[in-house]
Structure formats: C-alpha cells, structure tokens
Design a protein around this ligand. Structure first.
Ligand code: FAD
Length: 386
C-alpha cells in the first residue's frame, strides 16, 4: 500500500477480514434494492465492533474515538457504507455521558450485545433546518409523562433501530434567557411509540440511506426517559456532535482511499492512444492532488480524535476534520468518476454508488458553510452573522 499505516493495524486487519465477507457486490445489491445491510450490521454487532465506545463495565470494549474512527474508516475503505450503522457509535455516547446510572444499566449492556439498537437521533425539523434552537417540537410534562407534538425530518435508521434520541423544546423560546436553553433530550422506545403518537414516513433519496419524516401527535414518553437535566439537551447534543463529526471525517477518509485505489488501478490498466491513460499528467495531477488532501485531512482527523479521547475541547478540530475530509473525499470521487470515463457511470464499477454516498457529507450532518461560519465566529472572532 502506498499510504501510511498507523498503529491500529490489528483493528484494521479484523475489520478488513469481516468486510471481505461483504464485498462491494453485496453493498451494490443492497443499493439496487434500496435495502438495508442487515447481515452486515448484525455481523459487525456480534463481533462487538459497534460497542467499541461502550465501557467494559456495561458490556462494551471501552475503546476510544480513535479506534472507533478506524473501524468506520475501514468499512468505507473496503467499499461498504458506514452510514447504515454509524449512528450507534455516537448516539450511545450521549447516553453514556449524560444518562443516569439506571439508564446506563438498562440500555448499554443490551446495546452492546445487539439486543437493542440505538441508531437514531432526531434533531432536524422541516421549518427550522440548521437553526436548531428554533425547533418547534415540544415536550410538555404531564404527571409522570412528557407529551410530545411536532415534526422532524431526515431522521435516519428509524426503521432499523429500537431506540431514538429526541430533541424537543420543554420551555418555550420566549421564556428562556439564552436561546440554547429550554431544550431537552429523551430516549424514545420506538416500538412503544410508532402508531401510538409517532408516525414515520420514509423519504426516498439519492443515496440508499434509510431516512424519514416523523410526525408526533400527543406521543407520551415516560418522564424517566429524560436524559440528564431538563432544559440542557442542546448542550448534550452538541457534545455528541463532536464524536459524530470526527467519525464521519474518518468515513470520508476511508472513501477517499477507496476512490484513489480504484482510480489508480484503472488508469494504469486503461489504454487509449496506445498508452495507459495514467501516463498523462492531466490524469495524474487531479488524482495526486486529491491524495495529498486526503492525507492532510487525516492528520486533522487524528488530532480531533486525540483531543476527544483526552477529554479536551475538540469542537474546532472535529469541525475542521469533517470539512477537510468531506472535501477531500469529494475531490477523489470526482477524479475517480472522471477517469473511469463512461464506465464510471455503470453500477457494476461501484464508483457512482460511492460518489453518491460521499456527496452526502457536504450537507449532513452539518453543511460546509456552517462549519466555515463556526470557524469564522468562534475561532477567528469575526462578528456573528446569525
Ligand atoms: C440523508 C440524510 C440523513 C440525515 N440524517 C439525519 C438524522 O439522522 N438526524 C437529524 O437530526 N438530521 C439528519 N439529517 C439532516 C441534516 O443534518 C441536515 O440536512 C443538515 O444539517 C442541513 O440542514 P437543512 O437540510 O435543513 O438545510 P438548511 O439549514 O435549510 O440549509 C440549506 C443550505 O443553506 C446553507 N445555509 C443555511 N444557513 C446558512 C447561513 N447562515 N450561512 C451560509 N449558508 C447557510 C447550508 O449550508 C445548506 O447548504 C440528514 C440529512 C440527510 C440528507
């Protein structure tokens, strides 16, 4: 291999061996059927990989974000798509950091064993988008229950999860001093909720990513399902987002290497005008440039992981890693598609599928513009624009 290996070779080898059982053809077929890679997610769960971040006392392996990111990277690098299951890695972090001892004992061992899946987190709403503090979904306490009303959009993996973390307003925006206050997070038991106040409308989309519109109409949630303190949910969600962004950066790095491997092989073999197309510098340079950017993004990804694992502030690095990696994987995807010529568009080459999959990360879970705005305001001290 032409790219550097790091000290996590054992994890890489184990994930590569598992992924070898689920080659590109498997993910291609699932994509064509708009299905869910159930067998793959099961194998990953039963081998313990999706419980990497769960401490050993709750049945997980107690690894750090660095190791978890290597797992996600290797899945994408093998031609697969971690999008089907990455939610579990970071969602359970919210429970782990802010849940009560009882909640942790109730849920984490079952998540670790695969008995329960916590794949979903419901934040985005149709009328407020990225302006999260304006969410309109409300949870009103009535006795020993909260009653939820409102709507969410783009909520992923609901149909393949048992539990979902929900962000809702518990104090109206007009009654809080800071707009980030007055929101709370809850664990929703999906089997108790669907059809009893929660309805789910799947959204067909460009990637084969199971995602949905959710409608809440007087959904009752037991009060004990509140995570942490009422009113502090936005802060808790932000904590979890650093892990999410860093893991997705690693997935983009995995995609980037997959595109570089694929296109390098192809341009070495494809002969036009009597020589390999890879002999032309017009072909070499875009591939080399994408590779340079992937390697650079990888450094920021490890920096974000290192800070997160040392429990140091890492919001800036997690955001920057996500942006650099998503840009680099997109650049590699473009070069890969371009130099496959017409064949890049044929499903059997997997390039068009991976091209669609990696494009998502320019928009979700946070768009590039919002990252730039974060850096401008919080790192460079430029005036707030919104
Ligand atoms: C496949 C998929 C899966 C998803 N899964 C989940 C999930 O599981 N849970 C969840 O809660 N959400 C999920 N999302 C939602 C995702 O996080 C949002 O789509 C994303 O944060 C952008 O929000 P929006 O779509 O409302 O865009 P908007 O907020 O409407 O923004 C649209 C565009 O305008 C730009 N923009 C907006 N405001 C500004 C500004 N002030 N300055 C400059 N540019 C601006 C943005 O950068 C963006 O490109 C998913 C989305 C997709 C597509």
């Amino acid at each position: 291999m032409y790219h550097q290996q790091d000290s996590h070779q054992e994890i890489r080898d184990a994930i590569r061996a598992l992924c070898a059982e689920f080659p590109s053809e498997y993910f291609r077929r699932i994509d064509e059927q708009r299905g869910y890679p159930e067998k793959f997610v099961e194998a990953l769960t039963h081998a313990g990989w999706l419980a990497a971040l769960i401490p050993q006392e709750y049945g997980g392996s107690g690894l750090g974000l660095t190791e978890a990111s290597v797992i996600m990277e290797e899945i994408n690098r093998s031609g697969g798509n971690s999008g089907a299951c990455h939610g579990q890695m970071y969602n359970m972090g919210t429970l782990l950091r802010h849940g009560s001892e009882q909640q942790k004992r109730d849920y984490l061992p079952k998540i670790a064993s695969g008995e329960l899946r916590l794949q979903s987190m419901a934040v985005t709403e149709p009328t407020t988008g990225t302006d999260t503090t304006k969410i309109k979904t409300t949870a009103v306490k009535k006795g020993d229950r909260y009653v939820v009303n409102g709507q969410k959009v783009w909520i992923s993996r609901v149909q393949h999860s048992d539990l979902m973390i929900l962000l809702a307003r518990t104090t109206p925006l007009s009654e809080v001093t800071k707009k980030s206050e007055g929101m709370s997070i809850f664990i929703v038991d999906l089997k108790d909720a669907i059809g009893k106040g929660l309805s789910v409308q799947p959204i067909l989309n460009m990637v084969n990513h199971e995602t949905n519109e959710l409608f809440f109409e007087n959904l009752e949630i037991p009060a004990e399902n509140l995570i942490g303190e009422e009113g502090k949910g936005f802060k808790y969600i932000l904590d979890g987002l650093n892990a999410e962004r860093t893991l997705i950066a690693a997935e983009c790095i995995g995609d980037g290497y997959w595109f570089i491997d694929k296109v390098t092989r192809y341009v070495n073999e494809r002969v036009v005008f009597g020589r390999p197309i890879g002999q032309n510098q017009g072909v070499q340079f875009p591939i080399a440039k994408a590779y340079v950017n992937i390697e650079a993004a990888n450094l920021m990804r490890y920096k974000a992981c290192e800070l997160f694992d040392a429990r140091k502030p890492c919001g800036t690095e997690a955001n920057m890693a996500k942006m650099l990696a998503a840009d680099a994987s997109w650049e590699a995807a473009n070069a890969c598609l371009q130099f496959h010529g017409g064949f890049g568009f044929a499903s059997e080459y997997d390039v068009e599928r991976k091209f669609r999959e990696t494009r998502l990360y320019q928009v979700a879970p946070i768009s590039t513009n919002l990252i730039l705005s974060y850096v401008a305001e919080h790192v460079l001290g430029l005036p707030r624009s919104f």
